[in-house]
Design a protein around this ligand. Structure first.
Ligand code: GLU
Length: 489
């Protein structure tokens, strides 16, 4: 075990975004690779927006993706509690110390007063920052404000003319000037520390060595450094990973499709595929390989191959990776992956018997090479929903010409007779029946397969015809063979 300690510190304020999952993954991979430890801390100080439901969803998603944590909520550890709202007493001591050392002060300005100052500064073309109104209040002035019923926040004294510089694991050397920062609020008037303050106290108390998080927190880092400095604590090593963009190079949002881990799970993606895909969002392996098991990722991962430029979320690549992992599933696993989606289209009876399970399993395995994720099965089951055959759009003329061949009535009749006489419709029996039709009519492959496929499905191509006939069943096939002429009218 090394002393590397990383953490994932989500705010439980909504669905667990894939960007969050990617941050968690990079931390987790680094911890596993370096044999360090991975902490899960819940940053729930935004009382209005934080929910237990969201926390549960984050934890369930992490577990589903195979990211276990060594220390943190639910599992405990030496540095708990791991939910910020349960750490308020621990924070109090630090706040009192900063006040006692005059490194922080109480501010009684109201929101309206602050707004007015901000407006004046902007009117003068300045970048707004706190004007220091309360930075040197006497005890009497403070008492007067309290007597007026004003609530106070606590602000950190940020030194002027200082450069906050650090070497970021991803972005290299980064520096910020303190003059733009201003004395900022570290504790809100309800006594709850703001994110920038709580995160520093927790990372320090939890002995975090490396902070890997989203690029959007880069601009928070100078504030956090000012806090570390005021407290005389060492800063951890930072690594800010780039944004995830949609294919149009705009920030990934709902417009681009599913954005939460849960949505991908519900769509029938596999966790190992999502992990593989997320790892490649910003990290580049040394070789050309694109498929990595979790163990291979741990071995191959390194922060120095994490890119500075934004990662582009390419759904086609995710589908390609998912397809690869789906190939490794058993028939039964494919059935379970597709089942919720087959339920949605009404193909699953309320209580399934063995025959239903066998039928649905055959359906899923027949189409398994045609789908990249579970929900895509819905695009292929139209054939089994109702009696009417529709000619595939855009191919009507081609399909009609197949059915207009002079040999077609003979072929379809012969096949119908075979079916009627068949004791049990199985892929093997259908195969034998088609062979028999070929023999009987002296026609070769295409002239037998094609009209049967088109009459039954309205499509020129598709998966194994023996399976399709079996899935449709005797009655539906006979009906379609009897009425195929309607298709060429
Ligand atoms: N709670 C913050 C977030 O969810 C964590 C930022 C950090 O890792 O410092 O964005």
């Amino acid at each position: 075990m090394s002393n590397m300690k990383v953490r994932f510190a989500p705010s439980p304020t909504g669905p667990f975004h894939i960007g969050g999952a990617r941050s968690a993954l990079f931390n987790w991979l680094l911890a596993r690779k370096e044999e360090g430890s991975f902490v899960l801390r819940i940053e729930d100080t935004d009382l209005a927006r934080s929910t237990r439901e969201s926390e549960e969803n984050i934890k369930a998603s992490l577990k589903w993706l195979g990211m276990n944590w060594d220390e943190g909520v639910d599992v405990g550890g030496d540095n708990g509690p791991y939910r910020q709202t349960e750490r308020l007493d621990l924070y109090k001591e630090v706040i009192e110390r900063l006040l006692a050392e005059d490194k922080a002060y109480e501010c009684f300005c109201t929101a309206e007063e602050l707004d007015a100052v901000r407006q004046e500064q902007m009117d003068r073309g300045e970048t707004p920052k706190y004007n220091g109104h309360c930075s040197h209040l006497t005890e009497e002035e403070k008492e007067k404000y309290r007597a007026e019923g004003r609530k106070s926040t606590i602000r950190l004294r940020v030194p002027l003319n200082k450069t906050y510089a650090f070497d970021d694991m991803v972005r290299g050397h980064v520096s910020f000037e303190s003059n733009g920062v201003g004395d900022f609020v570290i504790v809100k008037s309800d006594g709850i520390p703001v994110y920038n303050f709580a995160v520093v106290m927790d990372d320090h108390m939890m002995k975090i060595t490396h902070v890997i998080r989203a690029e959007e927190h880069l601009s928070n880092t100078p504030r956090q450094m000012a806090i570390y400095e005021a407290l005389g604590w060492n800063i951890p090593i930072f690594g800010h990973i780039s944004l995830i963009l949609g294919k149009d190079y705009k920030k990934m949002s709902k417009r681009h499709g599913a954005t939460s881990v849960e949505q991908y799970k519900q769509l029938g993606y596999l966790p190992e595929a999502l992990v593989n895909f997320l790892a490649l969002l910003g990290w580049a392996p040394e070789g050309e390989e694109e498929f990595f098991t979790q163990e291979e990722l741990i071995q191959a991962f390194s922060m120095d191959r994490v890119a500075k430029n934004p990662a582009v979320f390419d759904i086609d690549k995710l589908n390609h990776i998912n397809f690869h992992y789906m190939k490794q599933l058993s028939d039964e696993e494919i059935f379970h992956l597709c089942l919720p989606h087959l339920k949605e289209v009404g193909l699953v009876p309320d209580s399934m018997n063995q025959a239903d399970i066998d039928w649905l399993t055959l359906l899923c395995t027949t189409f398994r090479d045609h789908i990249s994720f579970g929900a895509q099965i819905k695009d292929h089951v139209g054939l089994f929903l109702g009696d009417t055959v529709f000619l595939e759009e855009g191919h009507e003329e081609e399909l009609k010409s197949v059915l207009s061949e002079v040999t077609v009535p003979t072929v379809l009749k012969a096949f119908k007779n075979q079916l009627v006489a068949m004791e049990e419709v199985t892929p093997e029996n259908v195969k034998a029946a088609i062979k028999a039709v070929m023999k009987e009519t002296s026609l070769k492959g295409k002239f037998v397969f094609m009209p049967i496929r088109v009459a039954l499905t309205g499509q020129m191509h598709g998966p194994d015809l023996n399976n399709i006939v079996t899935l449709l069943g005797k009655e539906a096939c006979v009906h379609r063979l009897d009425t195929y002429a309607n298709l060429i009218k």
